[in-house]
Design a protein around this ligand. Sequence first.
Ligand code: CU
Ligand code: ZN
Length: 173
Amino acid sequence: MAPQGFRVRVAPLLAAAAIGWLAAGCVSTYLKADVAPTQGNSARGEVRFYKVDGGVRVAAKIGGLSPGKHGFHVHEKGDCSAPDASSAGGHFNPDGAPHGAPTAPRGARHAGDLGNLEAGPDGMARYDRVDPVLDYGQLAGLSVLVHAGEDDYVSQPAGNSGARIGCGVIGKP
Ligand code: CU
Ligand code: ZN
């Protein structure tokens, strides 16, 4: 009698625990881009994209940069094969919008406009914010790019942020 009663009461608890564990597994699912330097440059690191409430959390650690700001975007083609990463195409722009700041609403920025990385004196930049315009379901197979200069958020079509110094294709980790 006792073992049976035990089983009846514990099984739902184990099921609930399993569901909780699975849900936690879903939350930690992400897409990753390994950023490698383009020819003659040294930008290198990792960008992770997490599906979260309110959009996509973008978390990046990129080194090998000159101190200061560097344009940071999702580009439309998952192809970093050209020595200057021109193969990655333009900014990811499914809304047909102009280039803008990451704080601009949908329709007033490219979905791929993530703004700037800001590197410290050690050449290392960290970036972690939730983007409300990017769609997690559209990211696999695109690319993420780091530029030599600052994105001014105004110049068209790409913020005048200069050469492409790092590139990574977005995919499953
Ligand atoms: Cu770019
Ligand atoms: Zn743009």
